[in-house]
Unconditional design. Structure first.
Length: 659
């Protein structure tokens, strides 16, 4: 018997909440958002018909607080709750409570979440369903000695993994027995923080494989289908970066076999709704069960693009008790789709998560963008650093790839560092272009290097600063007759700028010249013509070559986003002080906003260079802080549990005098 949904509460935030609201409202369903206090004016809070603020920034006190979420649903008169992904989406106890308290849960039954959401339990069930599994240990004992014994039996390298949750959290690859203890401790700590469950398992690490997952859907009558596969092999430390559908490595025959195995896996736990069965695909075509995500996946849009289905609409349909409405034989895969995840992180600085104000967000016009950010918003240190997903479709794989490159080049996020240039490098790189990417491709590649602005970019930045200051001067001046604007009683004089490029100050001059500008960068001259300029975008030619950019003038800075990168050019010979040179300074500052979870040294302690000092947690990941020099700890300003701001001094070491 079907039960219609009139009001839907989404127990999530960011782009996935915005995306669910979009479909719900198209179906005539009223929508309710929940938000933490810092998120009270976030895009997802404004995308719903109503928003209830349920607690402070830390997720444990807001989005992960089941009592607060359910109280909000009751207060808003919701019929149903959609958990999105992350947070409570794979929490069996929450799914059970939702149903017990009279709501529809837009997700699988609690028993299925419990069985499949726990990797150890699911790996014990799969052989009985005829699904091949990777050798490993999923036993009840969490004793470190047992882990060491089982790892030796399996054979190194091994993977230590959180039994609950996903998204790359609580995972460590271990190459040598001596590293197992530390990996177990770090993985367990991350798992407890992210999922409230520190149980771990161990499995054989397959280093030359692809990550291929199959989307399954089942209705309440048990009718189960698969919607083809997605290739998610481009990962960094087990966190997906670029996904595509279909996989370039999967033939029609292999698709049929993997799809059948995924369906059997879902049926083994009486699955209902959207789920994803993840496999590792070996070079010889053999595939092995990895885990099942009992929720909507981040990368679901690529499946939508090649099937023409709205997966959120299907979730809502199934949750109301309605049949899927189609058979496996009805499914047709058409074309190719690729998705890139835009993260607030600094690839050239070890992919450190970033936080701060979004000074400008510009979505591409040529591709789908699922985003949870907006100009003027805030990237919080409390949550996952993924900000948006850019999805491109094409009739062929290469067409989709080229369209995604174009879409990323025309998108812009200023104010917070992102991985946009890194994504472009991956899409243009040989491994992905040829369809040869493996799960180890990124981790085995050279670390990203920060791109520097070329002379043309410096030219454009100087002209934009020049125009901004001219506009500011005119706006603050007394009224000037139009015929006199820009007039002067002699030759045009050059305006000097000292622009910081790669740590050096480049002397630059801008001189009005006819309809354009003569710009000298160092000892090179250029001619710049501005064809179109708004407060946020510009089209120009530099030495007759076209250039387009998004930009923002902010005091002494001009922030530029071009096809070649995102840059900040500062007109200031007194650059703001940064941390002292790491090779000679003993001052350790926080590289990002976060929470200090552990300090392992004390004042007066003598430490060696690169010795572990503390653990900082940010964006659900733990980051080890080490000593930049050998010496004596003279000051510690933060203790475990302290909230830290980016740039805060945490520990001071008096360097050891060299003899």
């Amino acid at each position: 018997m079907s039960r219609p949904i009139e009001t839907l509460l989404v127990a999530n935030r960011g782009e996935i909440a915005v995306r669910i609201f979009r479909t719900a409202r198209s179906l005539g369903i009223k929508t309710v958002a929940i938000a933490s206090e810092p998120d009270s004016d976030a895009p997802h809070a404004k995308a719903a018909d109503r928003c209830l603020v349920i607690g402070p920034g830390p997720a444990a006190q807001s989005y992960l607080d089941q009592d607060k979420v359910l109280a909000a649903a009751k207060s808003a008169g919701a019929d149903a709750i959609h958990p999105g992904y992350g947070f409570l989406s794979e929490n069996a106890a929450f799914a059970h409570r939702v149903v017990e308290e009279g709501f529809l849960f837009v997700g699988p039954p609690a028993d299925a979440i419990a069985a499949m959401g726990d990797k150890a339990t699911s790996k014990q069930l799969m052989p009985e369903a005829g699904v091949p599994c990777i050798p490993g240990y999923e036993g009840e004992s969490q004793d470190e000695a047992i882990f060491a014994q089982e790892a030796q039996r399996i054979g190194y390298p091994v993977m230590v993994k959180a039994s609950a949750g996903g998204g790359g959290k609580g995972m460590r690859i271990v190459q040598h027995p001596d590293d197992l203890s530390e990996a177990v401790a770090r993985a367990r700590s991350e798992a407890e923080t992210s999922f409230g469950n520190g149980r771990l398992l161990i499995e054989k690490a397959m280093t030359e494989a692809r990550h291929v997952e199959v989307q399954v859907f089942a209705d309440q009558s048990g009718h189960t289908v698969h919607l083809g596969e997605r290739d998610c092999s481009l990962q960094r430390r087990h966190q997906k970066v670029i996904e595509e559908a279909p996989s370039p490595a999967v033939s029609a025959d292999l698709r049929e076999r993997m799809g059948r195995a995924a369906i059997e896996a879902a049926k083994a736990v009486n699955y209902v709704g959207a789920g994803t069965v993840e496999f590792l695909l070996a070079a010889d075509g053999a595939f092995y069960f990895l885990e099942m995500n009992t929720r909507l996946q981040v990368e679901h849009p690529v499946t939508e693009e090649i099937t023409g289905l709205d997966l959120v609409a299907l979730q809502i349909r199934v949750a109301q008790g309605l049949p899927l409405g189609f058979e496996q034989s009805d499914l047709r895969l058409s074309g190719h789709a690729i998705e890139a995840r835009l993260y607030a992180e600094a690839p050239e600085d070890g992919f450190l998560p970033q936080a701060g104000h979004v000074k400008l967000w510009k979505a591409p016009h040529t591709a789908r963008a699922d985003a949870g950010i907006e100009t003027g918003g805030m990237v919080s240190p409390h949550y996952d650093p993924m900000l948006a997903k850019i999805i491109a479709y094409g009739s062929t794989r290469d067409e989709a790839r080229r369209r995604l490159i174009t879409a990323l080049e025309e998108s812009a996020l200023l104010g917070v560092r992102t991985n946009r240039s890194f994504l472009l490098d991956l899409l243009k790189g040989e491994a992905f272009s040829k369809g040869d990417a493996l799960t180890t491709t990124i981790d085995n590649s050279d670390p990203p290097v920060a791109s520097q602005p070329d002379n043309e970019t410096v030219c454009l930045g100087a002209v934009l600063l020049h125009l901004d200051r001219r506009d500011e001067a005119l706006n603050s001046a007394r009224a000037i007759a139009s015929p006199l604007l820009g007039w002067q009683g002699g030759a045009n004089l050059p305006s000097p700028y000292g622009l910081v490029v790669a740590g050096d100050i480049v002397r630059t001059t801008v001189t009005a010249q006819g309809s354009g500008f003569a710009v000298v960068v160092g000892d090179q001259s250029h001619h710049v013509e501005i064809s179109e300029r708004t407060p946020r975008s510009v089209r120009a030619t530099i030495n007759a070559a076209p250039i387009t950019a998004s930009y923002l003038c902010d005091g002494t800075d001009v922030l530029l986003s071009t096809a070649n990168g995102t840059f900040t050019l500062t007109d200031d010979y007194q650059r703001q002080a940064r941390a002292e040179d790491a090779e000679g300074s003993g001052r350790i500052s926080a590289p990002m906003h976060g929470i200090m979870t552990e300090v392992v040294v004390e004042v007066g302690q003598i430490v060696a260079k690169d010795e572990k000092l503390a653990i900082l947690e940010a964006m659900k990941m733990q980051h080890e802080l080490t000593a930049p020099v050998a010496g004596t700890v003279t000051e510690i300003t933060a203790t475990a549990g302290t909230q830290i701001g980016a740039g805060d001094t945490l520990i001071v070491i008096e360097p050891k005098e060299e003899t």
